[in-house]
Design a protein around this ligand. Structure first.
Ligand SMILES: Cc1cc2nc3c(=O)[nH]c(=O)nc-3n(C[C@H](O)[C@H](O)[C@H](O)COP(=O)(O)O)c2cc1C
Length: 324
């Protein structure tokens, strides 16, 4: 393995990855030849994400961050996905081997600049070349990135987002789960709110269905985003979810490079009966995994909190390296 300072720097970069509800459902285990990435299923979201699909996507984002971080340290990174099979805790083994990928190294400085931008975008249109770059990057990770273009598909998607919002907000179990992840910033995870606002916000979310207002707001955001696009995969297995996470983080970082922010409108994927209707708008084979809106944004919010590196490092029983 590499020295402690390098390891610390790499994990510090990897944990800046986005994750559903900022749940940070990952653990890192140094091994002889590299690092294991483990799922921390104690951080699962059983109501929003009963199959750990988004949990695995979030870990895929961290895996991509780790690849970028390795490249920044001059290390090559060979990924073995799901070395113990699907459903196991070890989602990937990253072996430090081969030459560092210069293209990934160049993304390292963007990791700290990326943030989920939930506000409106400026009206500046998306450059077509940037879209092509994002599509090529997602294809390299084994996924597709399909823009929803034209008024009819965009309006249809906005309606699905509103339907998804209404279904989720009407479900008290879903509201309770969301409330559990509303934390003061010092907690280091969750959807950070100012300390004073937390009890009130949690109480409102837990007790009241405010879905109508949220749905209208989200549908409006969907309709007024320079780019509305679905990231998807041919299959719908843990390997596809891990690939989705890597593609997602890759294209988010390329977006930052082009001055673009992004946020998520995943409701029509999380609400399972709406998923085929979103799929029908994409013109692709397979399964939608993430619905993103992208556009030019200031990206000047306070960064969302993360747990400390030592809290996501695990030693655990040393498993055989995936590389044998
Ligand atoms: C798989 C996945 C699903 C997400 N779903 C949503 C979502 O539905 N709505 C939303 O506002 N943010 C969503 N997010 C964004 C997270 O809330 C965000 O990454 C987290 O709060 C950390 O903030 P940051 O991205 O600014 O670092 C999602 C992120 C991931 C990786």
């Amino acid at each position: 393995m590499t020295d402690d300072a390098k390891l610390h720097r790499m994990i510090a970069r990897a944990i800046r990855a986005p994750s559903s509800h900022n749940s940070q459902p990952w653990l890192f285990r140094p091994t002889e030849s590299g690092i294991d990435l483990l799922a921390d299923r104690t951080r699962a979201l059983p109501v929003t994400d009963p199959e750990d699909r988004e949990l695995t996507i979030s870990c895929g984002c961290a895996l991509f961050g780790l690849r970028v971080a390795a490249a920044a340290e001059g290390l090559g990174a060979a990924v073995t996905a799901l070395p113990d099979g699907p459903g196991e805790e070890r989602l990937a083994h990253l072996a430090f081997t081969g030459p560092a990928e210069p293209e990934l190294r160049d993304l390292a400085s963007l990791i700290d600049l990326r943030q989920t931008w939930r506000k409106a975008f400026t009206d500046d249109p998306m450059d077509k070349d940037v879209l092509t770059t994002l599509q090529e990057a997602s294809a390299r990770e084994g996924t597709w990135f399909a823009p929803l273009e034209g008024d009819a598909p965009r309006e249809a998607a906005a309606k699905l987002v509103a339907e998804g919002d209404a279904a989720q907000w009407a479900d008290p179990r879903w509201r309770r789960e969301l409330a559990q992840w509303m934390h003061p910033r010092r907690a280091g995870d969750g959807l950070a709110l100012p300390g004073l606002a937390v009890p009130v916000a949690r109480m409102v979310v837990r007790r009241f269905d405010i879905g109508d207002g949220v749905a209208a707001h989200d549908a409006d955001l969907a309709d007024h985003s320079p780019l509305l696009a679905v990231l998807g995969t041919e299959g719908d297995t843990a390997a596809d979810w891990l690939a989705t996470g890597q593609a997602l983080h890759h294209l988010l970082l390329l977006g930052v490079k082009a001055g673009l922010g992004a946020s998520y409108l995943n409701q029509p994927i999380e609400v399972i009966h709406l998923r085929p209707r979103l799929q029908a708008l994409t013109g692709q084979m397979g399964y939608p995994q993430i619905l993103l809106r992208m556009g030019h944004a200031a990206m000047d919010q306070t960064p969302s909190p993360r747990r400390a590196v030592q809290d996501v490092l695990t030693e655990g029983p040393s498993s055989a390296d995936a590389s044998g």
